[in-house]
Design a protein. Structure first.
Length: 496
C-alpha cells in the first residue's frame, strides 16, 4: 500500500473517451490515446490493500489485484506485469471488454467509487508489450502428448496457451478464416482494436501453438476421427445457438440476428468488404435486447450512419445506486450504466421516441409489419410491468427498416455435426454435459467455456480455459499437473 491515504485524497478518474463527434467518424477505440497512463499511478494509490480483498473473490480468475496495484503505484511495471499474467493470459482483453465484477467487489465501493481496477489492468498489459515484459514463454521440453482445441475464443486460446506452455503439442481449430472467435467478429473495433488480438496470437505462435483456420470440426473434419488423432480434445466452441423471437412478421426481410450483422461490420474493418450487405446507413434501426451485444449493434449502426437507432430492453430501467437489499455488496449490481455507444446515441439524438440514450425500457416486441415486397417497416411493441405483463393501452409502433435481434445464446450449435459425431451428452438447457473435472461422457474429450457453462463474461471464459487446461494436463500426466485451476465447472458468480 504505497499511499495509506490515497483512497481519501484521490478521487476516481477513468480513462477519458474521445469526443463523440470525433469518434463516431471512425472505428478506432473510443478512448483518448495516451491519456490512461498519466492517471494510473494515483488511481492505483487508491487501493487500500485490504486484509480480505473481496475483489479476488469477485473475479473468477482470482487476479492478485492489490499486489499489482501496489507495484504500479511504486512504478515497478515489470513486476506488475508478472503478477498480472500469473492469473490472466489476456489482461488487455479483459481490461477493455470485461464489465469488471472486481470493481463491484472492491471494499472501497461500499461507500465510495471503486478503484479503477479495469483501467490499471489495461495499462499494465499494454505497458508490458511496449516494454517487452510479455515475451513468448515456450516450454523447456515437449511431453510428446497432443491436444486439439476446438474454438479460438478466449476459452480456447487460454486453454491452448496453458497447455502449450506445459509442453504439450496443441492445435487450435477455428471454423472462421481468422483466429479469435467472437473477439474477432463479434466485438466491434471501437471496443477493442484487433491489433491487440493479433499481438497475442503472435505470442502464442512463437510459443508453439498451431492454428487451423477455416476448419469446422463436424463439417470439414469428422469429430470422431479428430478425437482418434489426438490424446485429448477440448471443446471450446462457445454458445453460438442464438435465441429467436417467435413473433408474427419474423420472416420479413430486414429482420436479422445480431451475429449476422456484427461480423459483416467487422469484416469491413478487416478490409474484406467495402460495404456491409447489412449496413444500417440511412435506415431506421431497432435493436431488440438490452445487453452488451445490443449496445455493440447500437455503436456500429451509429458509425454506419443510421437514420435512427432505438434499443429495446424488456426489463425496467434500473436505478443508479445499488439496491442493498436485493444486490448487497460485494455482488455485481444491475445499474443504469452508460456505455460508449449509449453516450454516442444520446448526444446524437438517434432515437427521438426513446430514452435520452436510445433505450426503451420495459418494452416487449409484439410483431413486425412490412410492405408489399415483404420488407420490414414497423416494429410493434407494448410496455410491460415487472412481471412482463402488457400494460393496457401502451401499444405503439416504431419505424424499422432493419431489426437486429440481440437476445443472447442458448448453447453450442447442435447442427454442425460435432455433438452427434462424438456422441456428446447435453444438459437439459442445451449446453454440453461435463463432470467435476471438465470431462464429457466421451473419454479424453473435455468441454469448457460458454459451450458448457452457458453464455457468460469474458473473464469467466478465460478462467474456464485455464481450469480445463489443468484438467487436461492432469489427464495426460497421470495427475501431476502444475497448472492453476481458478474455478470449477459448477462455480458461479456471487449472488445474494
Amino acid at each position: 500500500m504505497a499511499d495509506p491515504k490515497g483512497f481519501l485524497t484521490t478521487p476516481r478518474r477513468e480513462w477519458p473517451r474521445r469526443p463523440v463527434a470525433e469518434r463516431v467518424r471512425d472505428w478506432d477505440e473510443v478512448y483518448v490515446p495516451g491519456a490512461l497512463l498519466p492517471l494510473i499511478g494515483p488511481q492505483a494509490d487508491r487501493c487500500m490493500d485490504c486484509g480480505v480483498p473481496f475483489c479476488h473473490e469477485a473475479c473468477p480468475l482470482g487476479n492478485l489485484i492489490p499486489e499489482w496495484n501496489d507495484l504500479v503505484s511504486r512504478d515497478d511495471w515489470r513486476a506488475a506485469a508478472e503478477r498480472l499474467h500469473a492469473t490472466n493470459n489476456f489482461p488487455e482483453f479483459t481490461g477493455r471488454l470485461c464489465p469488471a465484477p472486481c470493481e463491484a467487489g472492491c471494499v472501497l465501493a461500499i461507500n465510495q467509487p471503486a478503484v479503477t481496477i479495469k483501467n490499471v489492468e489495461c495499462a499494465i498489459a499494454d505497458r508490458a508489450f511496449e516494454e517487452g515484459f510479455a515475451p513468448p514463454a515456450p516450454p523447456e521440453r515437449l511431453s510428446g502428448r497432443t491436444v486439439a482445441v476446438i474454438g479460438s475464443g478466449p476459452t480456447g486460446l487460454a486453454a491452448a496457451q496453458q497447455l502449450t506452455r506445459a509442453g504439450h503439442t496443441v492445435a487450435v481449430y477455428e471454423r472462421d478464416d481468422r483466429i479469435g472467435g467472437l473477439m474477432r467478429y463479434g466485438i466491434p473495433e471501437f471496443k477493442m482494436e484487433k491489433r491487440h488480438l493479433e499481438r497475442r496470437i503472435g505470442q502464442m505462435r512463437a510459443e508453439g501453438t498451431k492454428f487451423r483456420t477455416g476448419t469446422a470440426v463436424g463439417r470439414d473434419v469428422d469429430a470422431a476421427a479428430l478425437r482418434h488423432r489426438y490424446d485429448a480434445v477440448v471443446i471450446a466452441t462457445g454458445a453460438t445457438a442464438w435465441r429467436e423471437l417467435p413473433v408474427p412478421g419474423r420472416e420479413l426481410t430486414g429482420v436479422h440476428q445480431a451475429m449476422e450483422y456484427l461480423p459483416l461490420a467487422n469484416r469491413v474493418c478487416q478490409g474484406d468488404l467495402e460495404v456491409s450487405p447489412l449496413s444500417a446507413a440511412g435506415r431506421h434501426v431497432v435493436i431488440v435486447g438490452g445487453g452488451d451485444t445490443g449496445a455493440d449493434c447500437l455503436g456500429t449502426a451509429v458509425r454506419e450512419g443510421a437514420a435512427s437507432v432505438t434499443q429495446l430492453d424488456i426489463y425496467g430501467r434500473p436505478g443508479t445506486e445499488r439496491d442493498e437489499d436485493a444486490e448487497p455488496w460485494p455482488t455485481y449490481p444491475r445499474l443504469h450504466r452508460l456505455s460508449a455507444a449509449h453516450e454516442e446515441a444520446g448526444k446524437l439524438g438517434t432515437a427521438p421516441s426513446a430514452d435520452a440514450d436510445a433505450r426503451l425500457f420495459a418494452a416487449s416486441t409484439l410483431r413486425f409489419s412490412g410492405d408489399a415486397d415483404g420488407r420490414v417497416r414497423w416494429l410493434h411493441l407494448v410496455e410491460v410491468d415487472a412481471e412482463r405483463r402488457a400494460v393496457p393501452g401502451s401499444e405503439r409502433a416504431l419505424p424499422a427498416d432493419l431489426v437486429l435481434l440481440a437476445l443472447g445464446f442458448s448453447g453450442p450449435d447442435r447442427e454442425d455435426g460435432l455433438v452427434a459425431q462424438l456422441g456428446l451428452e447435453l444438459e437439459p438447457r442445451g449446453t454440453l454435459a461435463r463432470d467435476a473435472g471438465f470431462a464429457t461422457n466421451v473419454p479424453g474429450v473435455f468441454a469448457a467455456g460458454d459451450a458448457a457453462r452457458g453464455q457468460s463474461l469474458i473473464v469467466w471464459a478465460i478462467a474456464e480455459g485455464r481450469a480445463v487446461a489443468a484438467a487436461v494436463d492432469r489427464h495426460l500426466t497421470n495427475g501431476a499437473s502444475r497448472l492453476p485451476a481458478p474455478i470449477g465447472p459448477y462455480d458461479r458468480p456471487m449472488t445474494a
